[in-house]
Design a binder for this molecule. Structure first.
Ligand code: HOZ
Length: 433
């Protein structure tokens, strides 16, 4: 496969944009080689500047649950754009999307739209701090809640984990001094922390299924345990469902696990591939947000009409009966095919999925998915870069990181599953022994 045009674009980009990319996870630092530059997407495929086609399991890092350039989404955005791209005034479409969110997610009475998951999580925490009049927040190692100072304290997932960045320069000590980082799936450490300082903790924030250190599901009872301990101590439970919201079902991970959050953050699928984030929750909490209440949060492009139109079209498509059953079944087929290939090659890695999110863990011989960041970090990633580039060469695009979840869309068919398994078989055969 030739990559001359991507290479040329990349070389120029590095002179104009830090690292040549507008988000670190797009760089190929963890896999070697230069990043591909994408020109278009169609269904399950992306195409690069050299005309190469790839089966895409990044799906824009999650939003494209319907696949690339889904006709209903493109139509909605195109129609909407004809009337203008931004007003900075209230519009009816914001209500239309809000109504759908409130209808599908029982814990959400009211919702505020923002432009990214980062905005959503930092705003939700501000609400929690205002409502409880407390400052501390508990987060979990390996979870990623965007790049606000308060969440970048230590052991953060996503690009920070991928690139092995030890901490983030530019975060003042004070900004993260109230952030307590605990071990994912360890309810005892949460209880102990609350016993020691419960009256100062505003909230626990968590990815209810982690997608930013590979895929790490909650163990039985962990999420309910968090709910209980928050209730006992008057703290709020924030589910960061930027990845899982409208991905693991219409009611997200909270629907799947039957645990109610006080506040929930959204991003990705809710915007159908346009920049949308949102936070929502109990009415009394959301009424704290300005101008209804004293918690200031704002945005010129928040509730942008194109973004709302894409979100509405996407949510309507995924609300069709049987949508999630079919998507999850396709992901299970992918798991079966990939697992058979891994088995043939002596199980150098393990595949797991929750709904249409999957993880590929390079933990030789592992019999279950990892439970926390320490386990994730034991991954044997020596050959991941080589494997990654072999897969890419055969037209299969995973995230360029051993520590990111993969995503299946409704556009992925059985033939894409089979092509992926064949490519993996060849890629594994080509690895050094
Ligand atoms: N949460 C996404 C990756 N884990 C964000 C993508 C990005 O950082 O660009």
């Amino acid at each position: 496969m030739r990559h001359e045009r991507s290479k040329k674009l990349y070389d120029k980009a590095t002179t104009l944009i830090p690292g040549g990319v507008n988000s670190p996870v797009r760089a190929f630092k963890a896999v070697g080689g230069d990043p591909i530059f994408v020109t278009r997407g169609e269904g399950p495929y992306i195409f690069d500047a050299d005309g190469n086609r790839y089966i895409d399991y990044v799906c824009s890092w999650g939003p494209l649950i319907l696949g690339h350039a889904h006709p209903a989404v493109i139509e909605a955005v195109t129609q909407t754009a004809r009337d203008g791209t931004s007003f900075g005034w209230a519009t009816g479409r914001e209500m239309e999307l809000a109504e759908r969110v409130v209808q599908h997610v029982p814990s959400v009475d009211m919702v505020r739209f923002v432009n990214s998951g980062t905005e959503a999580t930092m705003s939700a925490l501000r609400v929690a701090r205002a409502a409880t009049k407390r400052d501390r927040v508990i987060k979990f190692a390996g979870c990623y809640h965007g790049h606000a100072d308060v969440f970048l304290s230590e052991s953060t997932g996503s690009g920070v984990a991928t690139l092995g960045i030890p901490g983030t320069a530019g975060v003042p000590k004070g900004a993260a001094q109230d952030t307590i980082t605990l071990r994912y799936n360890d309810i005892e450490s949460v209880r102990a922390t609350f016993d020691a300082m419960g009256t100062t903790i505003a909230a626990v924030i968590i990815e209810p299924v982690v997608g930013n250190m590979g895929l790490v599901p909650p163990v039985d009872g962990f999420l309910q345990g968090l709910r209980d301990v928050c209730d006992q101590h008057g703290a709020l439970l924030i589910f960061d469902e930027v990845m899982t919201g409208f991905r693991l079902g219409l009611a997200g991970a909270q629907g799947l696990y039957g645990v109610r959050a006080d506040l929930t953050t959204f991003g990705k699928v809710i915007g159908g591939g346009l920049p949308v984030g949102a936070y929502g929750g109990r009415r009394d909490l959301m009424q704290q947000v300005a101008p209804a209440g004293p918690v200031y949060q704002a945005g010129t492009l928040s509730g942008n009409p194109l973004a709302m139109a894409a979100g509405i079209a996407t949510l309507d498509a995924i609300a069709a009966p049987g949508f999630f059953a079919a998507l999850n079944a396709r992901t299970a087929e992918l798991g079966k095919a990939v697992t058979a290939v891994l088995d043939k090659h002596g199980n150098p890695a393990r595949f797991d999925h929750i709904g249409s999110m999957f993880g590929l863990y390079f933990l030789p011989g592992a019999t279950r998915a990892p439970r926390d960041y320490d386990e994730v970090k034991k991954a044997e990633t020596r050959h991941f870069g080589t494997l990654y580039r072999h897969l890419l060469d055969q037209g299969v695009a995973l995230a360029p990181s051993a520590f990111e979840a993969g995503f299946v869309s409704a556009a992925h068919e059985q033939r894409h599953v089979e092509a992926t398994a064949t490519a993996l078989d060849k890629a594994l055969a080509a690895l050094p022994r």
